[in-house]
Design a protein around this ligand. Sequence first.
Ligand code: DAL
Ligand code: ZN
Length: 327
Amino acid sequence: MKRLYSTFVLLAVLLIVPFVTGCAEKEPVAIFIPQTEIILNPGDEVFLEVFADYGGDSELEPVLISEGLLFFSSREELLTVEPDGRVHIRSQVLNSGKVLTGESGELHVKYGNLKTSCRVLLIPNPEDSIDPMGFLIDPESIDALVNKTRSLPEDYEPPLLTRVSVPTCLTFQEVNHLRRPAAAALSRMFTEAEDEEGYKLIARSGYRSHKTQAGLYQMNVENHGQEYADKYSARPGTSEHQTGLAMDITSKTVNNQLVDNFGETPEGVWVHENCHRFGFILRYLPGKEDVTGYNYEPWHLRYVGEVLATEIYSRGLTLEEFYDLGR
Ligand code: DAL
Ligand code: ZN
């Protein structure tokens, strides 16, 4: 009888337990990393967290490394990822010693047949990107911070200057140029403003050489005095316009002028709220005069790329604040 009972128990264990555990074992329908983009500084280290979605109303659950997660980096020379999910950003390009800036890479994760990925954007430490005299070491970088204490070399000319293909209002051709990625983004923004809202934007002043900026600044000093000039006009070598990544825009509603009330026109409001979608930020914000050193300029757009622009806009920051610097 005892033997019969034991056999019965064994059979029950063999038949029922697999059925019960089989039912309890859930298969995720997707995995994901909560941030689709991560912004990091050179030398940073972070852990990637991966979550599993079991479908329906079930809770998202973290996936443990021990469960078989596999990590891959699309750019080993820029970012490495350890088997335990630890992501490390290099601080210098191997062999060149050059500080990395504005670069990005993808991190891919595999879990069985499921895959996910996220983008990593590298933001340089600003103090690493100037020399002891305050000149930018890599003035070509798209995210270069140029301001009253961080200058461009006098002979700096940006690469790939191209004539913008949007309506302009000045005959001096130099200012109708931008670096190619910024020019393309400007075209997309102007087209969208017209298609979405019927707004006709005008590009007024883009690239300005060191010499042009010197003339403009001098003219401002002569007409308005140095104190006023320094609130609106950058001294030569310190203007974003010399990067070929800044454009002053306007519209017929303000007679193609660069005036404060452009910011209150429907076009100006649209630009403020939408320019990040195309990679631009409004560089000199109202209420941030002490941070930027300039008065509010609703017309001055600076191209930094879509990821950075969206991050900066959504946090309501200036470029200085984003890099956590005073001017
Ligand atoms: N108006 C801005 C500050 C410039 O001159 O670059
Ligand atoms: Zn400007």
